[in-house]
Design a protein around this ligand. Structure first.
Ligand SMILES: [Zn+2]
Length: 452
């Protein structure tokens, strides 16, 4: 789908969690913001993988060495290299990184572990050792095809400096502990069709002889929106009297099915001596995934998009599941209701993404689209079971926002391991409608299409 030009509007940063209120964690007032500073490597020829784009980003910026922990590069020379004086390695001790709840309310996730240096010689002198937590955004559709700065942007989220001055290390293993509360407003790792967001730990140790030891590790950051109450929505279909009330789960997951309950009411209209009513003929559902991203132009190529601070918006909607519900609804013309229940699920073969929203302009959203065909029939009140189709039919189409998120599984937010204090109980009862606090939903408009 061709992108369209737009001004690159950068929304205000999402409010960070109140880190300063969290005991035992110092305040991170310098939390870096998205979007990242531009940098990096040459764009894809078509079949270039996102991973190779990221690798090029590392190479271009000297962020990594020839030997990368997540991708073995083929040796350029058959000669065996001498054993290095020391090698870096890592032991991550914290559980998988999961941000619980929305970017506005998530308290983040803690990463902790040991950066290990294995010394192979009697002594080495370490001049400097640092590690950075990086976010790298790469696009397969850069503003300029062969411009590294248009293709990838790197942001430093955090930096650890392990040494204040040179130290001598003896033969054997030496461990440097590290930890960080990764802010929960950051978007989760996402590999979209066009744009990918990845996180890496990138460690570099510099020896006194100038040699550098390097280590890189990809971090898969997930988000899990903890389910609240079921969502109830009502849709009307003027000019008919039909109303659909739908009950949906508050969140759904990439794997596994979920139940949808729908009642269509107002199907029967009784006049003096006759009744006209809508019979449900067909019911389809589908899940649509909309991915948006902005390819920013580097300063050199800003003229291609009409000036600095602009980019190209890529906006793509795809269907990640669909099905026709053949049976299973109950029609009650006396009450004027049709009740349906069906199970829906994402098709894993389409690699569904979780919802996300990044200040770099990347977002992923989902809608459940329900389409019904109803046909009108007429019957005299005296012979209600002798109905005749009138020939009128309508297609009723409506959609509902679905929140697609990772399962929370057995994970417990690091700050919720203790039961809530009494002061935490809200003063008013929770609301069940309109409690969605994200960006406005655009699924409130019913569409009515006349059938054949
Ligand atoms: Zn460029």
């Amino acid at each position: 789908m061709p992108g369209r030009l737009l001004s690159l509007v950068r929304p205000a940063p999402a409010s960070s969690p109140p880190l300063d209120q969290l005991k035992g964690h110092k305040k991170h007032s310098d939390t870096p913001l998205f979007p990242p500073v531009y940098s990096v490597e040459r764009p894809s020829q078509k079949n270039k993988s996102q991973e190779s784009l990221v690798m090029e980003a590392f190479k271009r910026h000297g962020l990594g060495g020839r030997q990368n922990s997540f991708k073995k590069s083929p040796k350029t020379s058959p000669k065996a290299e001498p054993q290095p004086a020391a090698v870096l390695n890592m032991l991550v001790e914290s559980p998988p990184l999961v941000f619980f709840n929305s970017p506005q309310t998530s308290t983040g996730a803690i990463i902790s572990g040991l950066l290990n240096i294995e010394v192979h010689e009697p002594n080495v002198t370490l001049e400097h050792m640092e590690m950075r937590l990086l976010a790298i955004v790469t696009t397969k559709k850069p503003v300029h095809q062969h411009c590294s700065d248009c293709t990838s942007q790197t942001t430093e989220i955090h930096k650890w400096e392990f040494l204040r001055g040179a130290v001598q290390l003896h033969f054997g293993q030496h461990s440097f502990p590290f930890s960080h509360l990764v802010p929960g407003h950051l978007p989760a790792t996402t590999h979209g069709q066009i744009t990918a967001l990845d996180y890496y730990l990138d460690a570099v140790a510099t020896l006194s002889n100038g040699k550098k030891l390097e280590y890189k590790r990809a971090l898969d950051i997930k988000r899990s929106i903890v389910p609240g109450p079921d969502k109830h929505s009502i849709r009307i279909f003027p000019p008919t009297n039909l109303t659909a009330s739908v009950k949906l789960p508050p969140v759904v997951h990439p794997i596994g099915d979920f139940g949808v309950e729908m009642r269509l009411s107002g199907v029967t209209q009784t006049k003096d001596d006759s009744q006209s009513r809508w019979r449900l003929r067909k019911l389809n559902w589908r899940i649509e995934e909309t991915q948006k991203s902005i390819s920013p132009a580097c300063p050199k190529h800003a003229n291609k998009v009409g000036g600095e601070g602009k980019g190209i918006l890529h906006d793509d909607t795809r269907t990640i599941a669909s099905e026709e519900v053949k049976t299973g609804w109950k029609t009650d013309f006396t009450e004027g209701n049709i009740d349906c229940e069906f199970r829906a699920r994402c098709n894993i073969a389409h690699n569904p993404l979780c919802d996300m929203d990044s200040q770099s302009g990347m977002s992923v959203r989902h809608n459940l689209v329900i389409e019904m065909v109803v046909a009108e029939e007429w019957a005299p009140l005296k012979k209600l079971n002798q109905a005749t189709p009138t020939g009128a039919a309508r297609v009723l189409r409506t959609q509902f926002h679905l929140v697609l998120t990772e399962r929370s599984g057995m994970g417990i937010s690091w700050d919720e391991e203790q039961p809530p204090l009494y002061e935490d109980v809200p003063a008013s009862p929770p609301t069940y409608i309109g409690d969605y606090d994200g960006p406005p939903l655009h699924d409130e408009h019913d569409e009515l299409h006349l059938g054949p």
